[in-house]
Write a protein of this length. Structure first.
Lengths: 302, 534
């Protein structure tokens, strides 16, 4: 019976060892305390008997824990060490993390939102963050590594069981941190190559979208009509929205001027049903010509 | 200093004898006992706020999806909960309350070395707390970084990080000043004849703690200033977009914040070391081992910070070194546990509320410590890092350990502080609620943590619901326990306390309850053994 990845067996063995030892000591300490409380209760044992310190006993219970923890350290390290050394034949996939989505870039710039992997084939994930620190975690595989901007962190493993497993973001990264998950799907090599062949090469993104992604706009403003933290960008341009300006509600048509003011002074006109104070001003961060590109892109989101 | 005045005729420290009366007398006091109580009241107020915030999070997490507030609010609330609990409650915690109230008495001193500095530190504490409160209501909304302020999120988020960071910075100064004060007090004001190894063990623990406060706190001060510099002037320390390194922040942060865990737990261990001999009427077993293990924890504790960063991409050499040192720092804690249990052997054990809390402390702290081994071991840490397993682990240490020790300390010194008793039976009932509620609240988080449930999650997958619901129910039981406890301690109908209701041997039990403003009219006689029950 194999684990879902090549690390499961080793890691779980250390878990069992540590739980065994922990449970033994917890039981020993607790049972001894309860026994003493009952046996030497003041009603039964009104006069305490003073006991002299025993150096031999002190040395014993200093030495035994030292020996035990050195062993535990060794076993913890021994099962961890293989996670560092990547086999040469590992397939490379680039994990791109941004607020609040993972995407996976395969050879030939093919990009997917779900990690699909062939069974029994070692894979190395190169972890790349476009904004803040994320934590790439696949609990079923017993692997986890932070995705640190500016660093070339990585992880590797060999999937050993067909199936679908959860991927989480474990490093707190902002408002939609708990929704930044996706799945890893382990398939037969044949299925994998069919899937990879059908996967589209990521077409160069429109400039406006690149700017939106760079500034993490799409973390709160969805592109597909779903409601995230704020209004969706889909079909926004040209629409008439009800906004609150200085406490008064009014209708406004979403045009170039409104979009510019929403980026520079987000709290001036807030769409009814959404909160003030959530978005910062991008004055000095997004420039005028970039806003033009954003508007061109928004016009295409029908 | 009038020589042979009868102590019992001196008015108690609770009675205003100076020029100022009432609240002004308290706000201008330099008496260590009154300052201890000022801290006690402030900590209690903050604890109620932090606890209510925690209960709202548990309610929100009762079911998957949004119940009654959204993710941004949730993130702000867990940030504030952490800030309050860590910086305003457990870091100062036992040290400022009981270090102030009983430590000087235990060493036969009439006050700390710098009484006015002591009061100033309390004002800094209140100022720091006020700035943290202000950060919630000003700027672009309450900070949403978590109490750890990890960069580059903390240098990029538009929320009001600078104010919160400034608050923590001020609190750091309060901590440093208290540390210096206690170190000097213990060096200079021990009563004639009291050598270091004739001191009771709470002063020993406070002493070790004070050194960490003085040596480690400046690091967090500098780190917090670096965040402010990066946010305000775009000086790149941590944000790679500005040429900085995010992992550098984590190193700097944990160089302080890991020793800070020992700032929290060492005085707690000191309190347990006082409670157990009294209620067993036995000399503490392994006095020297306990005293020196405090220093060992303080010393080795400086060099284990990297175990918070095993998944950050540190070099493998750093990773195994920190793992090894982390295992070694477990040993002095284990030694203390063995000595406490051994002290109970052949004692005459009176299971009063303080001892109940001490026993609960040993049980909960053992679970916290043993689950710490799972995080110290590299293979298993990778699985549980940044999951609710960690949340459960540090609540077992900080709440089950420090928190229960604090409650034990209150029940132990309450008659000394206020001169009257509380209802023992009600106190036992409150203890039962707290103990059961606590375990229901945090134990399930170990299990789903191993299964992968990440921490700081506003929403979760349906397979984790069962554990979240048990936790929430446990949280409510815990809340009820606190209500019973507080009501019991505030009812003013308890019997008048004698000077030594528990049969303790340390100096505070030789003074009347409550003690007079000037503790000792004549220096107390120093026994060879502070726990001489023969």
């Amino acid at each position: 019976m194999y684990g879902a990845s090549n690390f499961v067996e080793g890691v779980d063995w250390v878990f069992k060892l540590l739980f065994g030892i922990s449970f033994f000591f917890l039981l020993l300490i607790t049972a001894t305390m309860i026994y003493f409380v009952v046996r030497y209760n003041r009603k039964r044992h009104p006069k305490a008997i003073q006991v002299k310190d025993s150096t031999a006993l002190e040395i014993t219970w200093i030495t035994i824990p030292i020996i035990i923890v050195l062993f535990l350290f060794y076993y913890g390290y021994a099962a961890f060490q293989p996670m560092i050394w990547v086999p040469k034949n590992a397939m490379q996939v680039k994990v791109i993390a941004r607020m609040w989505q993972y995407s996976f870039e395969y050879a030939g710039s093919k990009v997917a939102n779900v990690l699909v992997l062939p069974l029994n084939n070692p894979v190395k994930l190169n972890l790349h963050s476009e904004d803040v620190i994320h934590g790439f975690s696949i609990p079923a595989f017993r692997v986890k590594e932070d995705v640190v901007p500016g660093k070339n962190n990585y992880m590797w493993f060999t999937p050993q069981k067909l199936g679908e497993y959860e991927i989480f973001c474990t490093a707190y990264c902002g408002v939609r941190h708990s929704y930044m998950g996706t799945k890893v799907r382990v398939v037969t090599p044949r299925e994998f190559f069919t899937w990879l062949k059908a996967l589209k090469v990521a077409s160069p993104e429109p400039e406006g979208l690149v700017i939106l992604k760079k500034n993490a706009c799409i973390g709160c403003h969805s592109l597909d009509g779903s409601r995230l933290v704020s209004v969706t960008f889909k079909g926004l341009y040209g629409k008439t929205e009800t906004v609150t300006t200085n406490g008064n509600e009014r209708k406004v048509k979403v045009d170039d001027e409104y979009i510019t003011s929403s980026i520079y002074e987000p709290d001036k006109d807030v769409v009814v049903g959404f909160s003030k104070g959530v978005m910062k001003s991008y004055k000095g961060i997004i420039k005028d010509d970039e806003i033009k590109k954003i508007i061109e892109y928004l016009k295409t989101l029908k | 200093m009038t020589g042979n005045t009868n102590l019992h005729e001196e008015p108690s420290y609770l009675i205003d004898t100076g020029k100022r009366k009432g609240i002004m007398a308290w706000l201008t006091t330099t008496d260590h006992k009154r300052i201890g109580l000022l801290y006690l009241w402030s900590i209690m107020v903050f604890f109620i706020v932090g606890g209510i915030l925690g209960e709202t999070m548990r309610t929100e997490l009762f079911k998957p999806g949004q119940q009654f507030y959204g993710p941004q609010t949730y993130n702000a609330i867990f940030t504030l909960h952490g800030l309050i609990m860590i910086f305003l409650i457990v870091i100062p915690g036992l040290s400022v309350v009981f270090g102030n109230f009983v430590m000087p008495i235990m060493i036969g001193a009439n006050d700390v070395a710098f009484p006015r500095l002591n009061l100033f530190a309390w004002y800094l504490y209140i100022l720091g707390a006020a700035v943290v409160v202000i950060s919630q209501f000003t700027g672009n909304g309450p900070p949403d970084t978590g109490w750890t302020f990890y960069a580059p999120y903390s240098t990029q988020t538009h929320t009001n990080v600078i104010a919160a960071v400034s608050g923590a910075f001020i609190l750091g100064f309060s901590s440093i000043l208290t540390g210096i004060n206690f170190i000097v007090t213990i060096h200079r004001l021990r009563t004639p004849g009291m050598g270091f190894f004739k001191m009771p063990l709470l002063p020993w623990a406070i002493y070790a703690t004070a050194w960490i406060q003085v040596l480690a706190t400046p690091v967090i001060g500098i780190t917090l200033l670096m965040i402010i510099a990066e946010r305000m002037f775009h000086i790149g320390f941590f944000d790679p977009a500005l040429g900085g390194d995010p992992v550098l922040y984590q190193h700097l942060f944990w160089i302080y914040s890991h020793p800070a865990v020992y700032i929290m737990i060492l005085p707690a261990m000191g309190v347990i070391t006082e409670i157990i001999p009294t209620f067993c009427q036995k000399q503490i077993y392994g006095y020297k081992a306990i005293a020196i293990s405090s220093l060992a924890i303080a010393g080795v504790g400086y060099f284990v910070w990297g175990h918070h960063m095993f998944t950050s991409g540190m070099s493998k050499e750093a990773i195994w070194t920190f793992s090894l040192l982390t295992f070694l720092v477990a040993v002095p804690s284990a030694i203390k546990v063995f000595n406490w249990v051994a002290t109970m052997y052949k004692g005459s054990i009176d299971l009063k509320p303080p001892l109940l809390y001490a026993i609960a402390f040993i049980f909960l702290f053992s679970i916290g410590g043993l689950t710490g081994l799972i995080q110290g071991a590299l293979a298993t840490d990778i699985q549980v890092h940044d999951t609710s397993f960690v949340v459960a682990h540090f609540h077992y240490i900080i709440f089950g350990g420090v928190g229960f020790a604090f409650l034990g300390a209150i029940h132990y010194w309450y008659p000394k502080m206020f001169g009257r008793m509380y209802n023992i039976r009600v106190a036992n009932v409150a203890w039962g609620f707290l103990f059961i509620g606590f375990n229901l609240l945090y134990f399930p988080q170990f299990i789903i943590g191993i299964e992968g449930m990440p921490r700081r999650y506003f929403d979760y997958l349906p397979q984790f619901t069962w554990a979240q619901q048990i936790s929430t129910i446990g949280g409510y039981i815990l809340g009820i326990g606190f209500i019973i406890l507080i009501v019991n301690l505030f009812r003013k109908n308890g019997a008048k306390a004698t000077s030594n209701p528990w049969g303790g041997k340390t100096f505070e039990w030789q003074l009347p309850s409550p003690p007079p403003m000037e503790n000792f009219a004549t220096p107390p006689a120093v026994p060879d053994n502070p726990y001489d029950y023969d």
